[in-house]
Design a protein around this ligand. Structure first.
Ligand code: MRU
Length: 355
């Protein structure tokens, strides 16, 4: 399975191993490469919550495998009882991270696959097959998005990224960083500026590591340096991923993305979003409807378990923000590139999205 992954030689976040999931613990990277074997859907829910596996498409695949593990754990005589127990597992997994659409997309697909089975005996295998299919689909989507998006990058370009959007976040090549990796492999000269991405430093820890693995020149900056670099003419485009895209193109992504988008507009720099259609949520008309995950204060007051802020200080810690569609130059998906319409400045969705 996944012979294509062998060929692309990039670190992958997780792998199905017959009756368990082997998962690369992203909280320990880049200092330690530790793999965890997950056999219980509750362990998978904890791994998602604690960001051992993270990034919207990877969370979706992890959720699907969590459901497959849940299925293997169920003891039930009737289909109705099996589906009821599976739904309880679905709720546990869905309760981990509210913003990434991919998680809910994957869980809904898994429950549908179970419902479509005739007998209890078939359901467990059908769940595994569906989870593997979701994984394969996301790998394929990643390759297609990367190829399509690479057309937007000229040789010599300096690309600003936010958070982590490479293969660790989206199996295959990744989303935004996948585009850069693809362009680099086409022989284009590209240079990545990676925002460190406070509070959990996915840019500093994961993006720099992935770029080094892929042989792409990368410069790490703190989040508050982006405006200065743009003003000096040192950034040619911004490429980010997405956790959920509303029907009007408003895009939820890692906290800080909105600030980068506003800066890009001020400096007339193209701002691209790269995401599979599994991230698009047509049930939400605008970004105002997207649920934003709030995380614990310690992520802001501490780094590496060490407190540096005054004790008991009030903290707010939204994990994501929403960038209005008017700041986005184009959204790259596996099905094509969605561009801004010149009439109303908003993004148009000319491609048909099956949800
Ligand atoms: O909290 P995280 O690390 O899961 O946030 C990840 C991001 O915000 C990514 O930019 C996003 O998932 C899109 S790219 C896979």
């Amino acid at each position: 399975m996944f012979s294509v992954l062998k060929k692309i030689r990039l670190p992958q976040p997780l792998e199905w191993r017959g009756d368990k999931v082997r998962l690369l613990d992203q909280t320990l990277l880049p200092l330690e490469e530790v793999y965890l074997d997950i056999t219980d859907y509750r362990e998978m829910a904890t791994a998602i919550k604690e960001l051992k596996v993270r990034g919207a498409p990877a969370i979706g695949v992890a959720g699907a495998y969590g459901m497959a593990l849940g299925g293997l754990q169920i003891k039930a005589r009737s289909k109705a009882s099996f589906l009821e127990k599976l739904h309880a597992a679905a709720q546990t997994l869905a309760g981990t991270r509210p913003t990434a659409r991919n998680l809910f997309w994957a869980i809904e697909r898994m429950e549908k696959a179970a419902r479509n089975c005739g007998r209890v005996a078939e359901i467990k295998q059908a769940l595994i097959a569906e989870a593997v299919k979701i994984h394969e689909t996301e790998v394929d989507n990643s390759m297609k998005m990367s190829r399509k998006g690479a057309r937007l990058l000229k040789s010599g370009c300096r690309v600003l990224t936010h958070c982590n959007t490479g293969p660790l976040a989206a199996p295959g090549y990744g989303t935004a960083l996948g585009v850069v990796i693809y362009a680099h492999r086409q022989g284009k000269k590209v240079h990545v500026y990676a925002d460190e991405t406070r509070p959990l430093l996915q840019g500093a820890r994961l993006t720099t590591w992935e770029c080094q693995k892929a042989g792409i020149p990368v410069t790490l900056i703190t989040d508050n340096m982006a405006g200065w670099l743009m003003k000096r003419g040192e950034i040619d485009c911004v490429i980010v991923g997405a956790d959920r895209i509303a029907a009007n193109g408003d895009t939820a992504n890692k906290i800080g993305t909105y600030s980068v988008a506003v800066l890009a507009k001020e400096h007339n720099i193209p701002f691209y979003v790269v995401a599979p259609t599994s991230t698009i949520d047509l049930s939400m008309k605008t970004g105002d409807e997207i649920p934003i995950e709030q995380r614990k204060p310690e992520e802001v007051t501490h780094i590496g378990g060490i407190r540096f802020a005054a004790s008991n200080v009030a903290v707010v810690n939204p994990a994501f923000d929403v960038t209005p569609a008017r700041y986005i130059t184009a959204i790259v998906t596996e099905r094509g590139i969605i561009r801004k319409s010149f009439e109303d400045g908003n993004l148009k969705f000319p491609i048909r999205i099956r949800q």
